[in-house]
Design a protein around this ligand. Structure first.
Ligand SMILES: Nc1ncnc2c1ncn2[C@@H]1O[C@H](COP(=O)(O)OP(=O)(O)OP(=O)(O)O)[C@@H](O)[C@H]1O
Ligand SMILES: [Mg+2]
Length: 1015
């Protein structure tokens, strides 16, 4: 929410959490608008609160222009995350012209009323900084490695060799901008280094020459459209071995550091160093940021919930920037004086050169430097002296050529069907058009093709488009990737108006049909994300699959939506990485995966999902799992090497610097949930748990037992079961985890040389325990038993046992990788067991958090427990009464009085004494014993039912359609099994109870009978 000068932001997760920021100006442009007859967005009414492009220009642009007229330097920077509206504000879209066109247009309008004794000179330059390289967007020839940024005592930092085009009309600037954006797009499409990762700097030099006073007033206007701010964090923030390697975000990071340092200076803090020199962007903007310039920063923010974190970070960034205070001065210089100065300096340089002597390395270096300075001064002198008119005339000729080419292209769009490029950055979409003229047109990288297309994965001759009999078709060359509307095609395919065509790994084009076909003009809908979503959908990936629709009225969970968007954004990047790997012969296969797609935490809740990249070496079958951040970082580094490869340079890198290489590591393959509830009842659990991968597919089966036992490790039997886990509170609990075997391991079926380890973490143990590695065995025998003991079982521990599962992780080992540390030496006590539920292992913070989170929960539990206690008391009372009755009846039966205790009290007594005495198993004779056993048996069956149910829940449908039938069959078998088991258990319980009731009645009848016979 914005108003006047304040911006207020609500945390979507915590709506009461509101933050307000104050700036010089704040605007809202998300709602309250309509289009006027020219297609410009305007407010719907005086109270709509909408700010359009003209409003922004009036408030900011006019100030920039006024500064220029007065001879101040001015700079306008747009900062913000991708898609937040930086380019919209700076350049604009269609009729909604942004700041740059508006400033230029107004500047020329004002110069039209020029005075006779004044001359105005406007030059225009446009450059892009990508990966610390400067690309001149107005030059036809691109220098490999880009242009150099040099420093000069007059000019400060400047780009050596940059094209400055003299202009005398706004139309000329419009055409130049078009040309620049086209150059940017061509570079982006041919390299696939999407341009929203680059910064664009437009510089307008405005000179007013007062002919009578021989005075020149000069202003430099820098207009900067920065790369998306989130890129700064998207890579390198996480433990990648090569995180320092990529320079792609260096400029943005350094800009942040410079702004922080300058803000500190403004606050009166002592700052030793402002790191201007650390990046290309900050060198170029040095005077704009901390010196002679009136500088404005536009912080663009998005109103979307999922952008909250980024928006907050942008606002904080802007807040810091606000503190900086620049000292702008009017730049005037007597024109003649400058010439004189340059001449004098040249003479000085010549003298120094003459005095240097002619031998020695330092002399040679110095000579070179002086000669360079001389040449440069000479050039400046020439530039000043060549008449402005001549320069203008040359630029005008070039402009006319460009203009007629643009007119010709415009004419052709009215006649022929064509393809236009669709880029991740909407600013670059629709810039390149390829016409499909009558007959057949080959498409590919080779210049012999009718349509020459650069791009990753595009072959020399890639496909043929045919325009015949009012129909256009595309036929891919053998093995060349052509995707139409998300589906790869290998045969001749007819194209319809607005079909989506992807050529090579990721060059996206929208097909525009014959003029007669163009009924719908809804082109905007088919943006870059549409292409990627279509590809994903064709591969069976959808929001539904990610589980985004939860039960709350079908509302999409924002965190899942964010993962889906990540997935969509990464599809093209992964395709590009695969293509680079292929061309550079690195032999890697990269695949997108979703971590925790079907995984749950130890309490059964879905885990936070995240996109990861599985990397496989096709030759060695080695596998790695890369996080999103690591992948993005690696992708930047891959691009650097690939660019060297395209430039024909040596691309050899040491293995440890190779982004395509990593040391082999253990891979997490899947996990199983082993519910611990039976332990809370002192019941043995023997599980055959399925180890499911993150997509819910079986990786292996683990045989695992969890056995309650005595301190010396003897397993407890059936009769040690407790009815109420709270009986164990404060007692010692011993149990063993036995991992016996892992069966049918897919990881080993794929490659028999591999190995596995199993990891699990019990309750509050600070580390994960791993079993010893087992290599080269599909059915790995593990046979490991670990004895755990809780000396003084806490509430929390008992609660954990009842509500949580032990998560058993399967780790895949591969040749040459470090095994996971499986020694438990440090944890094992002198008794040979491992202590759990040991308060000391809880950190203070955890304890604190646990307290606050659980207070409310505990209160509810307490209430429930009280109710349960009341119920148990009633049962107890009933049983006691019954006991009295039975005792009485038994009195009459003679010997055997030892067996009179009810089983309910026996179980309790045993639970108390279990620690020290070996269990005794008196024979069960009364119905009470049966009564206690029946729910126990029922509980065990229910446990199995629950296990099966969980399996079913995590069983994901296969992606192949033909696999769907066996899947559904298996699913219905599983359901049938559960149903039958449930029926059988209920039937058994009913029978048991009926039997007990019957027995009881008989015994009562007997008692009564005896009572009446023997009063
Ligand atoms: N104020 C606005 N009014 C209307 N549309 C807007 C506005 N701001 C942005 N948009 C639209 O949002 C989309 C993304 O905006 P834009 O291209 O300006 O983002 P950006 O900040 O430059 O992103 P990137 O970092 O990727 O270059 C565009 O389609 C643009 O038309
Ligand atoms: Mg942009």
């Amino acid at each position: 929410m914005q108003s006047g000068t304040t911006t207020t932001i609500h945390d979507p997760k915590n709506p009461e959490h509101i933050k307000t920021f104050t700036f010089d100006l704040a605007y809202w442009s998300h709602s309250g608008f309509q289009r006027d007859k020219d297609g410009v967005l305007i407010p719907t009414g005086s109270d709509s609160g909408f700010a359009g492009q003209r409003d922004i220009f009036r408030d900011l642009g006019q100030g920039v222009l006024d500064s220029a007229w007065q001879g101040y330097n001015a700079t306008l920077l747009a900062y913000g995350q991708t898609g937040s509206g930086k380019s919209y504000s700076m350049i604009g879209y269609g009729a909604d012209k942004g700041m740059i066109p508006n400033v230029c247009e107004e500047l020329f309008k004002a110069t039209e009323n020029r005075e006779k004794n004044q001359q105005y000179q406007v030059t225009f330059s446009m450059l892009e900084i990508y990966n610390e390289q400067v690309r001149d967007l107005l030059s036809k020839i691109q220098k490999p490695g880009g242009l150099k940024v040099r420093e000069d005592q007059h000019q400060g930092f400047y780009v050596d060799g940059l094209t400055y085009v003299p202009c005398d009309s706004y139309a000329q600037i419009e055409r130049l901008m078009e040309q620049g954006i086209k150059a940017r797009t061509t570079a982006a499409t041919s390299m696939n280094t999407t341009s929203s990762r680059s910064h664009m700097v437009i510089t307008i030099q405005f000179k007013q020459i007062f002919l009578d006073g021989e005075l020149t007033k000069q202003s430099t206007i820098n207009l900067v459209d920065l790369a998306g701010s989130e890129r700064q964090k998207s890579s390198g923030s996480e433990g990648d071995r090569l995180r320092e390697g990529s320079r792609v975000n260096l400029s943005l990071t350094t800009l942040g550091n410079v702004i922080s340092a300058l803000a500190d200076v403004a606050m009166g803090k002592r700052v030793l160093h402002i790191p201007y020199r650390d990046s290309v962007l900050t060198r170029l903007l040095q005077s704009a940021l901390g010196g002679n310039s009136k500088t404005i920063m536009i912080a663009a923010i998005s109103p979307a919930d999922i952008c909250y974190e980024e928006t907050l970070s942008t606002l904080r960034y802007a807040e810091r920037t606000k503190k900086i205070k620049n000292k702008a001065v009017i730049n005037t210089s007597p024109t003649e004086k400058l010439i004189k100065e340059l001449k004098a300096e040249n003479n000085r340089l010549l003298c120094r050169l003459a005095g240097l002597g002619n031998s020695g390395k330092t002399v040679a270096d110095k000579t070179k430097e002086l000669e360079y300075l001389l040449a440069k001064n000479q050039l400046r002198l020439q530039t000043i002296q060549i008449t402005w008119e001549r320069q203008l005339e040359e630029a005008r000729q070039e402009w006319e050529e460009q203009y007629s080419a643009a007119m010709q292209e415009r004419q052709m769009t009215k006649t022929f069907p064509y393809l236009f490029n669709v880029n991740e950055d909407p600013q670059l979409t629709g810039v390149l058009k390829h016409f499909i003229q009558s007959g057949s047109s080959d498409v590919g990288q080779a210049t012999s093709n009718k349509i020459v297309l650069q791009g990753l994965g595009i072959s020399d001759k890639h496909a043929t488009f045919t325009n015949m009999d009012g129909e256009v078709t595309v036929t891919p060359q053998k093995k060349c990737r052509v995707v139409v509307n998300g589906v790869p095609t290998v045969t001749e395919t007819k194209l319809q108006h607005l079909d989506r065509v992807i050529l090579g790994s990721n060059s996206a084009y929208l097909y525009v049909g014959f003029p007669s076909e163009r009924s719908s003009n809804d082109w905007v809908r088919f943006d870059y994300d549409f292409f990627q979503s279509e590809l994903a959908a064709a591969e069976g990936v959808s929001i539904d699959k990610f589980g985004a629709i939860n039960n709350k009225g079908g509302k999409v969970d924002p965190s899942v939506l964010a993962v889906f968007q990540d997935y969509i954004k990464l599809i093209p990047l992964v395709a590009e990485a695969n293509q680079m790997s292929e061309e550079l012969m690195k032999g890697l296969k990269l695949e997108l995966k979703v971590k925790n797609l079907a995984s749950a935490d130890s309490t059964g809740y879905d885990l936070q999902k995240e996109v990861i990249v599985k990397v496989t070496n096709r030759e060695t079958q080695e596998v790695w799992m890369w996080s999103k951040a690591k992948f993005i970082n690696r992708k930047y580094l891959m691009e650097e090497i690939y660019q060297h490869f395209l430039d024909g340079e040596d691309i050899h890198v040491a293995q440890e610097d190779d982004p395509f290489w990593d040391p082999v590591e253990a891979i997490h393959l899947g996990s199983a949930h082993v519910w611990l509830q039976s332990l809370a009842y002192c019941m043995k659990l023997e599980e055959q748990a399925e180890l499911l991968n993150s997509e819910g597919l079986e990786e292996a089966v683990v045989l695992i037992n969890i056995i309650p036992c005595s301190g010396t490790g003897e397993a407890y039997g059936e009769d040690d079961v407790v009815i109420d886990p709270s009986e164990l509170l404060g007692k010692r609990i011993d149990f063993q985890i036995q991992i016996i075997q892992c069966l049918g391991i897919k990881w080993l079926k794929e490659d028999a040389r591999r190995g596995i380890q199993i990891g699990y973490k019990v309750y509050d143990l600070p580390i994960t325990l791993y079993t010893k590695p087992v290599w080269k065995n599909v059915n790995a025998k593990i046979e490991e038993t670990v004895h755990f003991v809780a000396l003084n079982a806490s509430h929390k521990f008992l609660n954990y046992l009842q509500k949580n599962a032990l998560i058993v992780d399967l780790w895949g080992l591969q040749e040459g990788c470090a095994e996971l540390n499986c020694t438990k030496k440090d944890l094992i006590t002198w008794e040979g067991n491992i202590l759990v539920d040991n308060m000391k292992t809880l950190t203070a913070q955890e304890a604190n958090q646990a307290t606050s989170n659980q207070m409310a929960e505990l209160y509810l539990k307490l209430l429930k427990l009280e109710q349960e206690t009341e119920l148990l008391r009633n049962i107890n009372r009933a049983l006691r009464e019954e006991n009295v009755l039975l005792k009485d009846s038994l009195k009459g039966c003679g010997p055997g009085q030892d067996h009179k205790l009810s089983s309910a009290s026996r179980i309790t007594a045993q639970a108390v004494s279990r620690r020290n005495t070996p269990p005794t198993y008196p024979p069960r004779t009364s119905c009470d014993a049966d009564f206690a056993k029946a729910p126990k048996v029922f509980y065990q069956s229910m446990n199995i039912v629950r296990g099966q149910f969980l399996k079913l829940r995590h069983n994901r449908p296969p992606e192949d359609d033909h696999m769907l039938r066996p899947f559904t069959q298996r699913q219905s078998h599983l359901l049938k099994d559960i149903g039958e088991l449930l029926e059988a258990s209920l039937w058994k319980l009913k029978n048991d109870v009926a039997l007990i009731v019957k027995k009881k009645r008989e015994s009562l009848v007997l008692t009564k009978y005896r009572g009446s016979s023997f009063p």
